[in-house]
Ligand binder design. Structure first.
Ligand SMILES: C[S@@+](CC[C@H](N)C(=O)[O-])C[C@H]1O[C@@H](n2cnc3c(N)ncnc32)[C@H](O)[C@@H]1O
Length: 253
């Protein structure tokens, strides 16, 4: 079937970005129009008109778009951190090694999607995460003086590259006590009992690295682990079984 502009649930997905929507959410197009994976943590994300928010591994800005609508963040600047490319990586899982650059996103596509849904161009900012650009991007962020009121990532951090890398890179730009909300994949999470006690899992190498990064130098603390909606919650197993198992909610110290 020919691809065309699509409007569902009030969200417009222009034809020109369908290549990217298909790549990024495995053709689960419903995630653009309803975003139940974002909704599941909305209470942790809600705030009154944050000035600057950061979406890490943003893709087209699906999470940002949903939050903009849901909370009426009409004055918020959305910083979308990702890279340009079509090199869809194999699932690597969470680990403590640097992953090579592997981006499957387009900044023009993200701008098109956000603007089509009413986010004005001047509120859309990009951070280029390619390794060759990161140093310059950090310098640019420093110069801009930006401080994020909130950071979040869905189906990205800790999947293609280690969580601690993103936490380290953005630490200085996140406001003290601001939340960082990340969804975490199932196979790497350790036990539910550990999560219930608020512990980072110990049984994964990445998690040990992450645990060090989070705890040793005390830059973030774990405010909450939240289990994802159960597979029989009616959200479809594309939200639950094959992807998120729990959300990790951190606070920047
Ligand atoms: C599964 S998609 C999810 C996109 C979006 N978060 C969503 O939920 O619709 C993962 C995204 O992570 C990006 N990505 C891969 N490696 C990355 C890295 N090292 N830093 C930032 N983003 C990365 C990809 O380009 C892709 O856009």
């Amino acid at each position: 079937m020919a691809k065309k502009d699509c409007t569902t649930g009030g969200i417009i997905v222009p034809k020109s970005v369908r290549t990217w929507t298909d790549l990024q959410v495995n053709n689960h197009f419903e995630l653009y129009t309803h975003a139940p994976d974002v909704e599941a943590v909305e209470d942790m994300l809600q705030m009154d008109q944050p000035r600057n928010v950061l979406e890490i591994g943003a893709g087209l800005g699906r999470g940002s778009m949903w939050l903009e609508r849901r909370f009426g963040w009409k004055k918020t600047n959305f910083w979308l951190a990702d890279g340009e490319g079509r090199q869809r990586p194999e699932v690597r899982g969470l680990n403590d090694k640097e992953a090579p650059d592997a981006f499957y996103n387009s900044f023009i596509g993200a701008r098109t999607f956000m603007e089509a849904n009413g986010v004005e161009g001047e509120r859309i900012k990009f951070v280029d995460m390619t390794r060759a650009s990161r140093k310059d991007e950090i310098a640019r962020l420093r110069k801009s003086g930006v401080k994020f009121d909130l950071a979040y990532s869905f189906r990205a951090v800790g999947f293609h590259w280690p969580t601690w890398e993103a936490l380290n890179m953005f630490h200085e730009f996140i406001k003290p006590n601001a939340r960082v909300v990340l969804d975490m994949r199932g196979s790497v999470l350790g036990s539910k009992a550990d999560r219930a006690k608020g512990r980072l899992p110990k049984n994964q190498r990445f998690c040990q690295a992450n645990d060090e990064g989070v705890r040793k130098d005390g830059r973030y603390w774990v405010e909450q682990w939240r289990e994802c909606p159960a597979p029989d919650s009616g959200l479809g197993n594309w939200v639950t079984a094959d992807h998120c198992r729990a959300y990790m909610v951190l606070r920047r110290k």
